[in-house]
Design a binder for this molecule. Structure first.
Ligand code: KIV
Length: 272
């Protein structure tokens, strides 16, 4: 039994599956640090993803490939310390689960022990099924990720919409069913045609959380830096910006610089 955070009813994988049954949409956003996660959690988000997009938006890498397991654990633990209600899912980074199910299990155990996450997420379908099964056999909840899987960017060669052709769409649907049968509690579906995403959501009993996958799925996820307008260059069609924080923060910093230079800050009330 938990010795703290008892007053707030936590979101669990079971709660998410009930939400799908009731037709209640699931809200999910990324966070990578304590302060942002506290805001996102108090706003009432259902799921916080500690995504390997931290590699892009926190570390400035071009792809998600360079981030390490130690770094994901650091971000995950920071987020978990802030969260009272949301389910916290931590991404397994590239190279920690593909092709070696024992390593996949060890990586997942580290995330659960050292970050105290609620679940892990990994990319792929049939190719990673052995790893999925092994992680699940240890009682660790697994979220799948199909469609555009950024860890495979060098295979795809582009971040364009996936599964537009029948063959890839068929494999994606089969993969979703495989992940469901294996026991995954949900699947992220990234950048695929809305009609296909709706079909996938209707074909499996576990929640499908979309990003660039239209409105026929069971929930939505965005990268928080993108939806708050902290990132500037990334502007795919699916992204709705709820703020222009880049401009707001820049404006505040410019005002501060001006106040320091003009000796307006600190004033008499702001000193001892
Ligand atoms: O790493 C991430 O932020 C993700 C989301 C885009 C779903 O996987």
């Amino acid at each position: 039994m938990s010795i703290h955070k008892e007053s707030v009813k936590r979101v669990t994988t079971h709660v998410l599956s009930e939400m799908k049954l009731k037709g209640e949409k699931i809200s999910m956003l990324t966070s990578y640090d304590y302060s942002m996660a506290a805001i996102v959690d108090r706003a009432g988000i259902d799921v916080i993803l500690v995504g390997d997009s931290a590699s892009n938006v926190m570390a400035g890498h071009e792809t998600t490939l360079p981030i390490t397991l130690d770094q994901m654990i650091y971000h995950g633990a920071s987020v978990v310390r802030a969260v009272q209600r949301a389910l916290v899912v931590v991404d397994l980074p590239f190279g920690t689960y593909q092709g070696n199910s024992k390593e996949a299990l060890n990586s997942s155990i580290r995330i659960m022990k050292e970050a105290s996450a609620d679940a892990v997420k990994l990319e792929g379908g049939s190719e990673v099924l052995e790893s999925v099964n092994r992680i699940l056999s240890a009682g660790i909840p697994v979220m799948g990720h199909l469609g555009l899987t950024p860890q495979s960017i060098h295979k795809f060669g582009t971040y364009a919409v996936r599964a537009k052709e029948e063959e890839e769409a068929k494999k994606l649907l089969e993969d979703a069913k495989l992940l469901e049968e294996a026991g995954c509690f949900a699947i992220v579906l990234e950048k695929v045609p809305a009609t296909l995403a709706k079909k996938v959501a209707e074909s499996v009993s576990i929640p499908i959380i979309g990003i660039g996958a239209g409105n026929g799925v069971d929930g939505q996820v965005l990268v928080i830096h993108d939806m708050l307008g902290i990132t500037q260059e990334f502007s795919p069609r699916f992204l709705r910006r709820y703020h222009n924080l880049f401009a707001e923060i820049k404006g505040a910093v410019e005002t501060y610089i001006g106040d320091v230079k003009s000796k307006d800050f600190p004033n008499e009330r702001e000193q001892y």
